[in-house]
Design a protein around this ligand. Structure first.
Ligand SMILES: NC(=O)C1=CN([C@@H]2O[C@H](COP(=O)(O)OP(=O)(O)OC[C@H]3O[C@@H](n4cnc5c(N)ncnc54)[C@H](OP(=O)(O)O)[C@@H]3O)[C@@H](O)[C@H]2O)C=CC1
Ligand SMILES: CC(=O)C(=O)O
Ligand SMILES: [Mg+2]
Length: 589
């Protein structure tokens, strides 16, 4: 049991008459009566009982404090007499949440709960994952970021802006938890498919880390969300008087690189070699460079490039059971040649290369990408960004997606453009005209940016499509048959992947670990799932899935000599399960 100490001392302001008896600036009730200009020191020493215990989200249990706990921890009178339990509280909260018609209000209620009673928040999220994932994660987290300024109550996570340049190590030390194992960091420039949301992007690291705990079992106290604020180019935010971030254009070039470098060095200095840093929702002109620069010196992982690649590869491996053939027999076409598109393309090429012993340059030839200017082809090579160049195959220029589909005749169409409604009726009909079972993934988030809806995909393909999307869609009825769309989202991968790295004390991420994670996820798809046309298992079993992913990632890490936790546990699945955080209340007596 944590013990109790409070200290409400106030420091005197030497130049003010209201200073009493050389002590603080107290009024007759012992409360602070300092004027606006007086200096007072906000002394508090951590307290874990009585009134403060009820306001400590990590330990608060609300009405579930037992009679004995109420006596032992000075809670008498601070709570109404009824004694509840976690199950009943969960039932009540789910009932309350379902009363909100506006999904954003559910998001806000969940955030309030997280700040009030952390264990109950995670219990709710774990036990009702399919219902609550769309609230704390995509799509609603996207809306929350867009409206962050107006729904902002208390700061979550750590904000590091250009103002903190030269002091980042000190800022990290302000965070109350010391044993951090995973950081999710964004600079807010490419928040889902919603663009530059600046400092308001904080909703993303907060949401991702909630999933690290709920889906992957990493302790909440070991998770640190960070937003790096280098300004924003979003004019709407810049002219918004309530915008919470730096009101300036984004820093670029050396200024940006120096701040990021200071951050990366400070993180390692403060938390050590094995701290996992997940880059999230950086724009691609920084994302690839940051990953390349730090992957040899830090334990880093870019979720949009690598996590997405791993989840899509898993879906493709699983889909082979439905469409037949090997990956090498398929032809892939992407709409979107950025982080997600080229990241997935590269992992598919790597997997085929490993399976067939063909060189990567060969296996890449079955994969085609379309960007905002059309098909990526060799005649465009000189003007292409470096990450697109390996995909510039010999072909005449093609401007429109529909023409590219007709020319390439892909068996698999993947949307990673961030632009909604781009898989038109004609595109989907074309896919269905030369594929018995076209495989279509509309990965862009949130729902508004999805390349097509599940209903469109099933209807326009005459019910033949195998479909999954980045944000969830409800089941669709088409000609008397119910189709259940899957969710192709990196949320299947990063929590288990991160757990695998952490529990094995891995020091660097290797691409083979991504392949291992894909195979582990694909292996979790059951016959029953396949019968419904699903290529991903349901999220309801995600903790078990994460344990299997973690085990395979850790096994690969041991095999590669990158794991520092020795000796290697024999049963890695059991070990992963034993490492997982449980949100069940603790007994404080
Ligand atoms: N489901 C999941 O798990 C994940 C989904 N995503 C989603 O994928 C989307 C893209 O993310 P990311 O790859 O990081 O973004 P990037 O900005 O790196 O890439 C976007 C790509 O789309 C292209 N593009 C933009 N508009 C069009 C258009 N109208 N027609 C054709 N191509 C277009 C861009 O072209 P150009 O290069 O010419 O500008 C660029 O190549 C986002 O919506 C994100 O939410 C991302 C990660 C994971
Ligand atoms: C899912 C995710 O990481 C994205 O849309 O950016
Ligand atoms: Mg992302």
């Amino acid at each position: 049991m944590e013990s109790v100490l409070t200290n409400g001392d106030l420091v005197p302001d030497m130049g003010d008459k209201s200073v009493v008896g050389g002590g603080g600036v107290e009024d007759v009730y012992g409360e602070d009566s300092a004027t606006k200009d007086q200096l007072v020191t906000p002394w508090t020493i951590s307290v874990a009982s009585g009134y403060t215990l009820l306001r400590d989200p990590r330990h608060n249990k609300g009405l579930a404090f037992t009679e004995k706990e109420r006596d032992a921890h000075y809670l008498r009178g601070l709570l109404p007499p009824s004694v509840s339990n976690q199950e009943l509280q969960e039932k009540k909260l789910m009932h309350n949440l379902r009363q909100y018609d506006v999904p954003l209000h559910r998001y806000m209620a969940m955030m309030d709960l997280q700040e009030r009673n952390e264990r109950l928040f995670y219990k709710l999220l774990i036990d009702n994952v399919e219902e609550l994932l769309p609230i704390v994660y995509t799509p609603i987290v996207g809306e929350a970021c867009q409206k962050y300024g107006s729904i902002f109550r208390r700061p979550q996570g750590l904000f590091i802006s250009l103002k903190e340049k030269g002091k980042i190590l000190e800022v990290l030390k302000n965070w109350p938890e010391k044993s951090i194992q995973v950081i999710v960091v964004t600079d807010g420039e490419r928040i889902l498919g919603l663009g530059d949301l600046g400092c308001q992007g904080m909703g993303i690291p907060v949401g991702k880390l909630s999933l690290y705990t709920a889906l992957g079992g990493v302790r909440p106290s070991a998770c640190l969300p960070i937003t790096i604020d280098v300004g924003t180019n979003n004019e709407k935010l810049l002219s918004d008087e309530f915008y919470i971030g730096l009101k300036q254009k984004r820093a670029t070039g050396q200024e940006y690189a120096e701040l990021l470098h200071e951050f990366m060095c400070a993180v390692k200095q403060n938390y050590g070699e094995k701290i996992l840093i997940q880059f999230e929702d950086f724009a691609n002109h920084n994302a690839f460079e940051l990953l390349a620069k730090y992957r040899t010196t830090h334990l880093v992982f870019n979720d949009d490039i690598q996590g997405t690649a791993s989840v899509v590869l898993a879906g493709l491996i699983a889909a082979l059971k439905l469409v037949g053939g090997t990956l090498a027999d398929h032809t892939f076409l992407f709409l979107g040649a950025g982080e997600a598109g080229t990241g997935i393309a590269e992992l598919i090429a790597l997997e085929i290369s490993k399976k067939t012993n063909a060189p990567l340059e060969e296996t890449r030839k079955k994969i085609w990408l379309v960007d905002s200017k059309g098909l990526v082809v060799s005649s465009r090579k000189e003007s292409l960004q470096h990450f697109k160049r390996s995909w510039a195959h010999e072909h005449e220029p093609v401007k429109e997606l529909l023409d590219a589909v007709k020319a390439i005749k892909p068996t698999v169409l993947i949307g990673t453009s961030g632009v909604g409604k781009t898989f038109t009726k004609d595109v989907i009909k074309a896919m269905a005209s030369f594929n018995e079972k076209p495989l279509i993934l509309a990965l862009s988030n949130p729902t508004s940016q999805s390349e097509c809806t599940a209903e469109e995909a099933y209807t326009w393909s005459g019910g033949r499509v195998i479909f999954a999307s980045g944000s969830p869609f409800d089941p669709v009825e088409h000609e008397g048959k119910v189709f259940v769309p899957g969710q192709a989202n990196n949320a299947y991968i990063f929590p288990g992947f991160g757990l695998g790295l952490i529990m094995s004390g891995t020091i660097r991420v290797h691409d083979d670990m991504l392949l291992a994670a894909s195979e582990a996820l694909a292996a979790q798809v059951t016959k029953e799932n396949y019968e419904k046309g699903l290529i991903y298992p349901p999220f309801s079993n995600i903790r078990n899935i994460s344990a299997h992913i973690a085990a395979k990632v850790a096994a690969k890490s041991y095999e590669l000599g990158l794991a520092s936790r020795l000796p290697r546990p024999k049963d890695l699945v059991k070990f992963a399960e034993s490492c997982m955080y449980s949100p069940v209340y603790r007994n404080y007596l």
